[in-house]
Design a protein. Structure first.
Length: 129
């Protein structure tokens, strides 16, 4: 069982990856394709072309760790990115847990929840009022 904290930043590579790649090859993809630092503490998710295998790469403080899951039957349903996010997609820990459990996120109905606006969206005038 994999436990992922809710505050962890999770990035999914939207293009399939050659699963012969291991720690160093996936870290290079994180830098080149996702434009991120593999040592940032974020979790990076990669799927193969058939979508029956996932690899999760993350920095655990003193080295790169790799988690691999292979399905005996079925496939993972990876979320589709928005048009402006062609190479990557950021998801939550709950979304990752659903993907690993075989749930298609496109079929999930989400209820409205409070979400704190980002600091850039709050104007100084609004903050004073």
């Amino acid at each position: 069982m994999l436990t992922v904290p809710g505050s962890l930043r999770i990035l999914v590579a939207t293009a399939p990856v050659d699963f012969r790649k291991s720690h160093d090859g996936l870290a290079a993809l994180v830098r080149q394709v996702l434009g991120e630092d593999p040592l940032s503490g974020s979790l990076f998710v990669f799927a193969n072309k058939r979508a029956d295998r996932l690899k999760l790469l993350y920095w655990d403080g003193d080295g790169l760790a790799l988690w691999h899951k292979r399905l005996e039957a079925g496939t993972f349903r990876m979320p589709s990115p928005a048009e402006d996010e062609a190479s990557r997609l950021e998801i939550s820990a709950v979304d990752l847990a659903m993907i690993l459990s075989g749930i298609d996120l496109a079929c999930v109905r989400r209820r409205k929840r409070y979400q704190r606006p980002a600091a850039a969206e709050i104007s100084p005038k609004t903050a004073v009022e």
